[in-house]
Design a protein around this ligand. Structure first.
Ligand SMILES: Nc1nc2c(ncn2[C@@H]2O[C@H](COP(=O)(O)OP(=O)(O)OP(=O)(O)O)[C@@H](O)[C@H]2O)c(=O)[nH]1
Ligand SMILES: [Mg+2]
Length: 458
């Protein structure tokens, strides 16, 4: 009914017999009739999972006395009330998240990834209404999930009043078009949600510049073929950012803009590189803090150096790099040594390539550092795969071959068993807590060893 946009539906079962009345008309053909209509969301029946109400068997007489217009208008009014109630905060997207579990994934990987997408949607300012998942050996080439699942998504989107469907994977431009035309609301992929968070977070000129570049690079192949109803200018996840007013302008204008932005990022890159060279001349080693987003990198630099980097229990709280001096003391000789510590943007599994390219000037702070401090949130259930993601992203970067220190953070939240497992697996790592400052002295000493080692080389 939802898909056909029907208000009410009547089902008539036949007796297989009946006759013409002598005075005209017929009787006896109809056995029973049923009246079905959709029910508004607040209806208690929804708890049983029903979106609709089907009447008990009615005689044709009773059915024909039903005032359909009255019924439909009453329902419409109720749906309308709910719709308005849902729209109170019209800046907040109402989102269905969809996950596809393919053969290459374990159940754990799938669950972690979907949980992360929900967190991303939440960070972007959307409200997650429900998650829908499907197991398939591989993605359906046209619609990612199967035809039946697409219908289910459309139905849920309508009945729950969702205005956005977020898929936990990357979608091709054609897949987005197919899904949007079948579901009837805007469809975004994981990359778009991440880009949206970046767009909201970008504060500095450099940050905004790089986000706009990433968004345009992502959107350029997707600009054609969107219906007017799906215009990206509507607002909400995937539409914000410095580039938003330009998205509907001509492709060529966008390409010119892209070329310009690329140039500006190159200039930024050159500028940062000069700054680094000046630092290198002074022979002060730099250590870049890397790690999964929300691992506690900014909290760590703040605690070590009294920097005032914004920290929050949010994904991608930090976009712009911050560098601070840190003075360390050798325990035996009492001699001191200064190093530079750089905090920067966090990583995430399957970091979008358009972001990696656009953020090259920022990421160079990492690739050009003398050594890396890899901060891991040991209290996160997916810490093992987060280490793997960070390592894999680093391996894709043209990185200077300096040493790396693994540092497990948030041990104040960790049970002794997890701690024992991590210590066994990573005997050379540091275990600390940036907020309670537990293990800080060891962290400082290991940082000294790290830069000494970097100076000598492996
Ligand atoms: N309990 C506890 N919380 C911590 C610790 N270190 C950091 N946090 C919290 O973890 C959250 C994330 O910390 P941030 O320092 O912003 O993390 P980040 O790695 O800079 O994250 P992004 O910049 O978003 O990539 C914040 O709410 C911190 O207060 C810790 O040792 N213990
Ligand atoms: Mg941070």
């Amino acid at each position: 009914m939802v898909l056909q946009r029907l208000d009410a539906l009547v089902v008539i079962t036949l007796t297989g017999e009946g006759f013409q009345r002598r005075g005209g008309g017929a009787t006896g053909y109809v056995k029973e009739t049923y009246l079905a209509h959709l029910i508004p969301q607040s209806d208690p029946n929804l708890e049983t999972g029903d979106y609709w109400d089907v009447s008990p068997a009615l005689s044709l007489d009773v059915l024909t006395k039903q005032d359909f217009l009255d019924l439909v208008e009453g329902l419409e009014a109720e749906f309308q009330r709910e719709f308005i109630a849902q729209q109170v905060d019209d800046k907040q997207d109402r989102v269905l998240v969809v996950g596809l579990m393919t053969q290459q994934m374990t159940q754990q990987e799938f669950d972690d990834s979907l949980a992360e997408l929900k967190r991303l949607v939440d960070t972007a300012g959307g409200e997650v209404l429900q998650e829908i998942s499907q197991k398939r050996p591989s993605a359906h080439p046209q619609t990612v999930v199967g035809a039946g699942k697409v219908e289910e998504i459309a139905l849920r989107a309508q009945t729950l009043g969702a205005n956005l469907v977020a898929f936990d994977r990357d979608l091709s431009p054609a897949q987005v078009r197919n899904l949007e035309s079948r579901i009837g609301v805007r469809v975004v992929d994981r990359t778009e949600v991440i880009l949206d968070i970046f767009a909201q977070r970008a504060q500095s000129g450099a940050g905004k510049l790089q986000v706009e570049l990433a968004q345009l690079e992502y959107m350029l192949p997707r600009l054609t073929g969107r219906g007017q109803a799906m215009s990206r200018l509507g607002g909400g996840i995937g539409t914000r950012g410095p580039g938003e007013t330009k998205l509907e302008t001509e492709r060529r204008a966008i390409q010119r803009r892209l070329a310009r932005l690329q140039q500006e990022v190159n200039q930024l890159q050159a500028h940062r590189s000069r700054l680094r060279q000046q630092r290198q001349k002074k022979d002060v080693p730099t250590v870049a803090i890397v790690g999964y987003t929300n691992a506690g990198k900014s909290t760590t630099i703040n605690a070590l150096t009294n920097a005032e980097v914004y920290t929050a229990d949010q994904l991608f709280a930090t976009l712009d790099p911050t560098t601070r001096r840190l003075s360390l003391t050798y325990p035996v000789t009492g001699e001191s040594r200064t190093i530079l510590l750089t905090d920067t943007v966090g990583f995430i599994q399957n970091l979008p390539t358009s972001l990696m390219d656009a953020f090259r000037a920022t990421l160079e702070e990492v690739t050009e550092a003398d050594a890396l401090l890899h901060v891991v949130d040991l209290s996160h259930p997916a810490w093992v795969s987060q280490i793997r993601s960070v390592t894999s992203i680093l391996s894709e970067m043209p990185i200077a071959p300096g040493p790396m220190l693994l540092a497990f953070n948030k041990i104040d939240l960790v049970d002794s068993e997890t701690l024992a497992i991590a210590k066994e697996e990573y005997p050379l790592a540091v275990f600390f807590s940036a907020t309670s400052r537990f293990g800080f002295e060891t962290l400082r000493q290991k940082l000294l060893q790290l830069v000494d080692y970097a100076a000598i080389g492996p």
